[in-house]
Design a protein around this ligand. Sequence first.
Ligand code: SAH
Length: 257
Amino acid sequence: MSATPAWPPKSAPRLFVSPPLSPGETRAIDGPAAHYLARVMRVAPGDAVILCDDATGEWAARVASAGRRDVTVEVVERLRVREEVPDLTLCAALLKKDRFDLVLEKACELGVRRIAPVITHRCVADKLNLERARAVLIEAAEQCARTALPVLEAPVKLGALLAAWEADRTLFFADEVRDGQPAALAFARPGPAAILVGPEGGFDDGERGAIRALPSARAVSLGPRILRGETAAIAATALWMGVTGDWCGASSVPPGK
Ligand code: SAH
């Protein structure tokens, strides 16, 4: 049976799998994904499953068999191609694990294309478990029905990030010390964008000077209160999505303005 408005049901479990999918193939699913399908969702042969592969898009599949440890599905047909999410990179200074996990999860839900963790002088954490971070992003993408996973870069020091900056990407620098332009006004600007947010202790003066020296940098204010790093990262991303991202269909900023 091919996809109809009623099939697969919206409630069908959604999973990211690799390698890329193709119509008619039978795919064996094992590990945590199989456990989730078999033990949590208790799928049975004939049940619908929605599969994404972060390459070709989203597919409707049907359970062929469901054991305790593995599930096989038949790929029926493609429902959506892999989407183009808005070209926003979140450059977030590393925070304590739980707080950075929150940033990863919310940035994924909010639709960022890329996440570039940054190491600054005052970061409490100086490394990131990339495998765990990727698992957070996959789970968030499954929950929010993204067909494209955010690209997760390895953490880089602020100096290296700035030295390698792409000239055509605006770097909105969330500066809680010196007044930047109100973010809602600054974000109304077409083109590739990035938002840079500091750690619990903020940026030091040397870092602030280096960021402001970047021609593509624009200092922005997120209001009169000092936000926690995770709040600033999440709030700024949401605001950008509302002003320029895909929360209002086509970009709200007419091209060339
Ligand atoms: N210096 C702060 C701590 C940093 S807040 C303090 O005195 O407690 C963490 C990060 O969130 C900052 O580095 C900045 O990037 C961002 N941020 C917080 N509040 C902000 C605001 N009102 N405007 C712009 N950025 C802000």
